[in-house]
Design a protein around this ligand. Structure first.
Ligand SMILES: Nc1ncnc2c1ncn2[C@@H]1O[C@H](COP(=O)(O)OP(=O)(O)OP(=O)(O)O)[C@@H](O)[C@H]1O
Ligand SMILES: [Mg+2]
Length: 316
């Protein structure tokens, strides 16, 4: 059931309405009495604008009854993450080596993917720990490519960490041969790596579990969003992640009048039909184009209301 999930990921192409849909979905769930955390993972945040609250600083804040919001600051997360790694290694490497080790960590920190890894670490802790304070977490994600990389990260990290662990074990075994009793000493680095790997595996299990996690793709009735959504759904499917719902946003309302609107509607009809034929494995929800931007709680409530009716129609 769409409204009973623990975790929602809202994805889609740039500008289609991901943040609007995530906020409306979070609001709707909170109105149904669930305690909800809305998390923005997009470096270009705008949840704060939607709720007219300054959410900078990466702290969870309450914006409505039962509804908290967090904008993850990936730069800050990355810094925290690096300091954490340095802290972990402090007791493990020789004091004389520490400067060199820290220099190497700083170099790794500025390499591509470091912020993503830190962001994923934060998402992991939200899903594994913070979830205990909430009924559900809604993730508003960045445009498609970024999100797919993020969601497939645990799988990649798993393979990569297996390699690291294997090598670490070998080093240890070689080392043990030279010891008097051949005993393998406890290896704190191995332990740390293993602990991280286990966390990734736990999160991966939740992300792959359809009864706990729902992937919603937002698109508009236009050629490029349809193409991109199709590709994204296929890619995620290959990684075992199934998109079960799509939200077609900004559909021209029935009562929009005038010749221009009539022409737009004719143009749109072709794409709406294409969507209906193409996305047969997905539950399809439709949201109308409003006369104005959705930048107030009133407008958001209006969208949440429409979403609620659509969801109810699916339950029947
Ligand atoms: N149904 C709608 N009717 C009218 N305006 C809308 C509707 N949905 C979204 N908008 C407006 O369209 C713009 C883009 O929406 P939104 O920020 O939700 O998209 P996004 O997919 O999160 O974008 P980004 O990829 O930049 O994060 C915003 O100005 C929003 O207010
Ligand atoms: Mg957005």
């Amino acid at each position: 059931m769409l409204m009973e999930k623990k975790i929602y990921f809202i994805g889609g192409k740039g500008g289609v309405g991901k943040s609007t849909t995530s906020a409306a979905m979070a609001l709707l769930l909170s109105q149904k009495g669930k305690k909800v955390l809305l998390v923005s993972t997009d470096p270009a945040h705008n949840s704060g604008d939607l709720f007219h609250k300054d959410l900078s600083g990466g702290k969870i804040q309450s914006v409505a009854e039962n509804l908290d919001v967090l904008e993850i600051d990936s730069e800050q997360e990355s810094r925290k993450y690096i300091n954490g790694v340095k802290g972990n290694l402090k007791g493990l490497v020789k004091a004389t080596m520490l400067d060199e080790v820290n220099r190497q960590i700083d170099m790794a920190a500025s390499s591509p993917g470091a912020e993503e890894a830190a962001l994923f670490d934060r998402i992991t802790s939200l899903i594994l720990e913070e979830i205990s304070h909430y009924d559900t977490i809604v993730f508003d994600t960045a445009p498609t490519g970024h999100t797919i990389r993020l969601l497939t990260l645990p799988e990649l990290m798993g393979v990569w960490m297996d390699g690291l662990l294997e090598r670490r074990k070998k080093t240890n075994e070689n080392y043990a041969q030279w010891m008097n009793d051949g005993e393998i000493a406890e290896d704190p680095i191995y332990e740390k790596l293993n602990e991280r790997k286990n966390r990734f595996m736990r999160v991966r299990e939740i992300l792959l579990d359809n009864s706990q996690t729902e992937y919603v793709f937002v698109l508009n009735a236009e050629r490029l969003p349809i193409l991109e959504t199709g590709k994204a759904i296929d890619t995620l499917h290959k990684h075992g992640l199934h998109v079960n719902s799509i939200v077609v946003n900004k559909v021209i309302p029935e009562d929009a009048d005038g010749r221009f609107m009539e022409l737009r509607r004719t143009n749109e009809r072709v794409y709406l039909e294409e969507i209906q034929q193409k996305f047969t494995h997905q539950r399809q929800l439709f949201l109308p184009l409003l006369e104005h931007d959705i930048s107030s709680l009133d407008a958001l409530e209006q969208i949440a209301g429409i979403l609620g009716k659509q969801v109810a129609a699916f339950i029947k």
